[in-house]
Design a protein around this ligand. Structure first.
Ligand code: FEO
Length: 396
């Protein structure tokens, strides 16, 4: 599969319908993904990024149908992660002298992965190559969006931003354009992608978008490295990023719990009942973290103004799914969100204190010391949970 994107720009990537886990097993991809590679054929021919390693041979074989590999003047590596650079060894074996354009950090990551001394040409922000026909490719470094090596490339005259991971989604489609796919699915995957990958870099997202806007470059398309190409009102995803990067929250409270004999689940349900009694407008969602997709849960955390985290005490600690989701939450560095802990116990009862400590270290504002219930909640304890929920509403 290949197709013309605009004028002399062609998509030569791979749609991966089978992918259901990404980054090892860290990121669920319910809708598959794509690895987008672009071939610009002007007086100079440029390949922007490649595909994930398992598709390297297929990629190079398909590329040969589009162009004599010797005619490629430059290979641009906007980012060194394997899903985009994975076919470079296969490609560079055939054209070892062809310049590989990347950032200084790009050289480090590409050498680190492949241990090859390709003909690297380092570029910085403002660097450009002339492609002929009055067009040039301008480079903009975008460190930590989401790796130190990341950069964007901008094609003048066609007004296309090749943004690599930014503005992307793990979303397989044969349509490949934002206006042709299911809009709800697209929004869901964009939000999940931002929440799970870009949240830690939100300050840099805001800064980079402001910097790019100050260049006042016309923008007709954003060609990302995953998912669809933004051709219909491409600025819409930039505006969403500005919103998501700026302490995003909806009117939602999410309860994340794990449970052994349902005591902590009963607590969660009664806390939720109390919240709903106090505020009929707020959306309340409950997830058993041992039974839920963690990336979907993270997306719900991203949307929430507050989270409540519950686990019973086991072996003076907390259940493993609670520990795991808190590790993920801590790493993502959510901002401007409130939280509280809860859980049942039989004798020692450490779980809530441990959860409070984890929430505090993860940057959440603790609403109170949390709620502990001994043994299985009885009617009185259920009422206490409801009151706890009601009080929380007044403090969120
Ligand atoms: Fe899609 Fe950071 O690689």
């Amino acid at each position: 599969m290949s197709f013309q994107v605009k004028n002399n720009v062609h998509w030569v990537g791979k749609v991966d319908w089978e992918l259901n886990k990404f980054h090892g097993d860290e990121y669920s991809t319910h809708k598959g993904s794509t690895y987008n590679s672009y071939l610009i054929k002007e007086e100079k021919n440029v390949l922007i990024d490649t595909v994930w390693k398992p598709f390297a041979k297929e990629f190079v074989a398909n590329l040969k149908k589009e162009i004599n590999l010797e005619d490629i003047d430059y290979v641009v590596a906007n980012h060194g992660e394997i899903d985009h650079s994975g076919a470079l060894p296969e490609l560079m074996r055939e054209i070892p002298e062809t310049p590989v354009i990347c950032t200084k950090n790009g050289v480090k990551s590409l050498k680190g992965h492949y241990h090859k001394d390709w003909n690297f040409k380092v570029v910085e922000t403002g660097g450009k190559i002339e492609l002929g026909n009055g067009k040039s490719l301008i480079f903009v470094e975008a460190p930590m969006l989401h790796w130190p090596d990341t950069m964007f490339s901008y094609l003048t005259e066609d007004n296309i931003l090749f943004s690599n991971d930014a503005f992307g989604q793990h979303y397989a489609s044969e349509f490949m354009y934002n206006d042709l796919v299911d809009q709800d699915e697209l929004y869901t995957e964009c939000l999940k992608y931002y929440a799970n990958i870009l949240t830690p870099f939100s300050k840099l997202v805001l800064k980079k978008i402001e910097e790019f806007q100050s260049l006042d470059l016309p923008l007709d398309m954003i060609c990302t490295s995953h998912g669809v190409i933004w051709r219909d009102n491409p600025i819409q995803i930039v505006e969403k990023y500005l919103e998501w990067a700026d302490g995003y929250k909806e009117n939602q409270i999410t309860l994340l719990y794990d449970t052994m004999w349902n005591g902590t689940r009963v607590m969660a349900e009664n806390i939720a009942k109390g919240i709903r009694q106090a505020d009929a407008e707020v959306e309340v969602k409950l997830y058993n973290t041992a039974k839920s997709d963690k990336n979907d849960v993270i997306t719900e955390v991203f949307k929430s103004k507050a989270i409540l985290v519950g686990s019973p005490t086991i072996n003076k600690g907390i259940l493993t799914s609670t520990a795991a989701i808190m590790e993920e939450i801590k790493g993502l560095g959510f901002k401007e969100k409130k939280a509280a802990g809860f859980g049942t116990y039989g004798w020692s009862g450490e779980s809530v204190d441990i959860i409070d400590d984890l929430l505090d270290k993860a940057g959440f504002e603790l609403i109170n010391d949390g709620l502990k219930v001994k043994w299985n909640p009885d009617q009185e304890a259920k009422k206490e949970c409801q009151s706890f929920g009601k009080v929380l509403v007044s403090k969120i």
